[in-house]
Design a protein around this ligand. Structure first.
Ligand SMILES: Cc1cc2nc3c(=O)[nH]c(=O)nc-3n(C[C@H](O)[C@H](O)[C@H](O)COP(=O)(O)O)c2cc1C
Ligand code: SF4
Length: 365
């Protein structure tokens, strides 16, 4: 599998292999969003396990962008010392760490943030049975600045880069989708207007951190919802971001309301793996930026072929590393059996508890 263990450079960040831990909200932080010792221990185990690039779980850029009780935050300067400890712990093992920046938009609830959630438009969110308030234009400008300030915090404590979360139905994903964006001003309507929000975030982050700092994005390729983002639209946004100088695009898809699309269950055979590959092929035709593929990857042989065939530059996994943080080192040692994760999504079941593999719990009992 030599190609999987070759360096990859992203705007000066040299990643020691092609494996990415896709952003995973492990729910180990304090309720204030602070990274603590148990949070750092998870990241240490991932880095010790040989993952080249670890992307943090989504970190909220303003308090009202918090999606769950014990996720990490980056909205306040007080959080900075513990974020620095996290970076140092990961760098100790030679891995790179990128912070995923996010705002939940409508995919949160007033019980979590203490006020009515905000969104591009007041579109009812059926999972939490709540209708958000539409943002004013001034508030949109303020939020874009908040992404830039958050990126500066990450930059200042030594994160190797940042990733804008524009997938899975969170705020940036809400702006690009007609399903959630019904605005009639410059932030809504035609695709050029709807993509303004992520593009402005990219521009404002660049202005803050400079040209020589990796800024990545995780982007929905489509929403899998009637009236939502289509792959044709997703590809056009990817092209615009690539032209604007994004340093890498991680392709994903689905919103929380879309059903079994973001983290698909039932990945059994090799044919079930790499479930965004067809969409990735469409992105590949229109972007110059490196492409990171996520979604159901379990077999190292498949990952090797994807990189060798030029269909992806890096492979990104989430659930397999919850079950086996040392998976990359296992494969490196020559045990190339596919990941043990059976894609049951038991690890997503308990919203307010730290994420863990319930299959391992079963094996222990
Ligand atoms: C427990 C859990 C938490 C997740 N948290 C995030 C997150 O914070 N940000 C994000 O972009 N995706 C998140 N995801 C989605 C994963 O990054 C990934 O896109 C998806 O699980 C498919 O990859 P996999 O098949 O390797 O698990 C999460 C997934 C799981 C299972
Ligand atoms: S509970 Fe364990 S086996 Fe099931 S999806 Fe999560 S990590 Fe994989």
């Amino acid at each position: 599998m030599p190609i999987l263990f070759k360096n990859m450079e992203i705007n000066g960040m040299v990643v020691p292999n092609r494996f990415v831990r896709s952003a995973t909200n492990d729910r180990h932080a304090d309720v204030s969003g602070r990274v603590n010792d148990r949070f750092i221990a998870v990241y240490e185990s991932l880095a010790a396990g040989g993952i080249g690039l670890i992307i943090t779980g989504h970190a909220y850029v303003t308090w009202n962008g918090k999606a769950s009780t014990t996720m990490m935050g980056v909205h306040d300067d007080d959080l900075v010392p513990d974020l620095r400890r996290l970076v140092e712990a990961v760098h100790h093992y030679g891995s790179k760490i990128v912070m995923q920046l996010n705002h939940a938009g409508r995919q949160t609830s007033s019980s979590i943030i203490g006020e009515t959630p905000v969104a591009p438009s007041a579109v009812y969110y059926k999972l939490f049975e709540e209708t958000p308030r539409a943002l004013t234009e001034d508030e949109i400008e303020g939020l874009i600045e908040a992404y830039a300030s958050a990126a500066m915090r990450a930059f200042s404590v030594g994160f190797d880069g940042v990733q804008i979360h524009a997938a899975h139905g969170y705020l940036a994903s809400q702006f690009i989708s007609l399903y959630t964006n019904k605005r009639e001003d410059k932030w809504g309507g035609p695709l050029e207007n709807r993509m303004r929000f992520p593009l402005e975030i990219l521009r404002r982050i660049r202005k803050a951190v400079g040209d020589n700092y990796p800024v990545l994005i995780k982007l929905n390729s489509e929403d899998f919802l009637e009236g939502g983002l289509t792959i044709e639209e997703g590809s056009q946004i990817a092209r615009a971001l690539s032209r604007e100088g994004i340093d890498a695009i991680e392709i994903s898809g689905g919103m929380m309301e879309s059903g079994n699309h973001i983290a698909k269950t039932g990945i059994k055979s090799e044919e079930d793996e790499a479930y965004f590959l067809n969409n990735a092929k469409m992105f590949r035709e229109v972007i110059n930026a490196p492409l990171i593929l996520v979604g159901g990857l379990r077999s190292p042989g498949i990952m090797e072929r994807l990189i060798e065939g030029g269909e992806a530059d890096m492979v990104s996994l989430s659930r397999p590393f919850i079950r086996e943080p040392d998976l990359v080192n296992r494969w490196k040692r020559g045990d190339t059996k596919k990941a043990d994760c059976i894609s049951c999504n038991g690890c997503q079941r308990y919203r307010d508890e730290p994420v863990r593999c319930i299959q391992l719990d079963k094996n222990k009992s």
